[in-house]
Design a binder for this molecule. Structure first.
Ligand SMILES: Nc1ncnc2c1ncn2[C@@H]1O[C@H](COP(=O)(O)OP(=O)(O)O)[C@@H](O)[C@H]1O
Ligand SMILES: [Mg+2]
Length: 357
């Protein structure tokens, strides 16, 4: 059915190459999230799959067929945009029915499809209303409905929740997860929000400057980031990235002189420069005698169930600590930090992961 395959896909706007050779295989029924910073090419890549942008090099297959040169309407895809794009002068019913009528579907079948879709999205009572009489969340549900009525092989979502407030975003996120389960359709969801990506995706595609940095399950990209970019982008607060060198006997020497046993460091690597990656929850407050680092608290965020401390070391590097519960440390305090190396990551001078434990 709706498997999607991209091979060597590139896109140029004038002389500017914005998609720099993407190879990607999405299985039928999978929910894949494209995530990356603003401007990295997420929308362009999605629009190429939809047929709304030409492909300069490479090809795109949907359900086994080469669709690279095919018109959008013939690809079996439906796209939902950030800004809803509903017809303002039509009721929700007519917004849902419009495409089906235009395709020449019989009136009774159109009606059945519209009502079935409305029931699935719990918007039946909105059917007689026009967009201006709906909230943002209701409009976005109608926009999603307009994709569903067409029964596409592949759903494409371009930041569909970005215009909604925080509470509604969480609710719509769970709706999309439920729809994915019920429809069993292939979905590609674009977001710049890594929390949205982590909570929705079967697999995440991390994009940066027109290239795929990593493809993996949320757990894989979180625990085994392929490189420094992914390590810094996935996870909030961000992973601590500490410059280090490998000393004699394979021990790591951190920039401020502390030495410690590092994961995957052999004595053969002596002299190499690396980056040690530690998630904020791997750092904890310890007595001075056990500390790997000491510094001053520059920001203390007490969230009730957890505390986030930003600690500046004497050499100028800042570390982020995530502790459960309330910690006593306050702005300006000197604190001592212990490192738990259980899930430490190591990156070579080229920025690529050497191994993650
Ligand atoms: N029609 C266009 N003409 C020229 N440049 C474009 C066009 N559309 C997008 N771009 C550029 O391509 C890059 C990727 O844009 P986009 O795919 O919208 O990124 P994202 O969705 O990840 O924020 C950006 O640098 C953007 O300015
Ligand atoms: Mg975009």
């Amino acid at each position: 059915m709706g498997a999607v395959q991209l091979t060597g896909v590139r896109k140029l706007f004038g002389a500017l190459e914005v998609i720099k050779g993407v190879d990607l295989s999405i299985a039928d029924g999978e929910l894949v999230v494209f995530v990356g910073p603003s401007g990295c090419g997420k929308s362009t890549l999605l629009r190429m799959i939809a047929g709304l942008e030409d492909v300069d090099y490479g090809d795109i297959r949907i359900a086994g067929a080469d669709v690279t040169e095919l018109a959008p309407a013939r690809r079996g895809v439906a796209m939902v945009f950030q800004n809803y794009a509903l017809y303002p002068h039509m009721t929700a019913y007519d917004n849902l029915a419009y495409g089906l009528r235009r395709a020449g579907m019989a009136r009774a079948e159109v009606d059945a499809r519209v009502r079935e879709t409305a029931a699935l999205l719990q918007i039946t009572e909105l059917l007689p209303r026009r967009p201006k009489a709906m909230s943002g969340g209701q409009r976005q549900r109608v926009a999603i409905g307009r994709a569903i009525v067409r029964k596409p092989e592949v759903f494409l979502f371009d930041e569909p929740l970005s215009n909604l407030d925080a509470a509604l975003r969480v609710e719509m996120r769970s709706q999309i997860a439920r729809l994915h389960q019920e429809l069993q359709a292939t979905m590609i969801f674009v977001t710049h929000d890594q929390v949205e990506a982590m909570t929705l995706a079967d697999r995440i595609v991390v994009l940066n400057a027109g290239r795929v940095e990593q493809v993996g399950t949320p757990s894989e990209v979180y625990h085994n980031p392929a490189n420094l970019f992914v390590a810094g982008f996935i996870g909030s607060p961000a992973m601590n990235l500490l410059p280090a060198t490998v000393g004699q006997g394979g021990r790591l020497t951190l920039a401020w002189g502390t030495t410690m046993a590092g994961p995957a460091c052999s004595s053969g690597m002596a002299g190499q420069s690396l980056t040690l990656g530690l998630r904020p929850d791997r750092l904890s407050l310890v007595p001075q005698a056990q500390a790997q680092a000491s510094g001053q608290v520059t920001l203390a965020e007490h969230l009730g169930d957890e505390s986030i401390l930003h600690v500046r070391l004497p050499i100028g590097q800042s570390l982020t600590v995530k502790a459960s519960g309330d910690v006593a440390a306050r702005l300006g305090d000197t604190v001592h930090l212990g490192f738990d190396m259980t899930h430490a990551a190591l990156f070579g001078a080229d920025g690529q992961a050497m191994r993650s434990a």
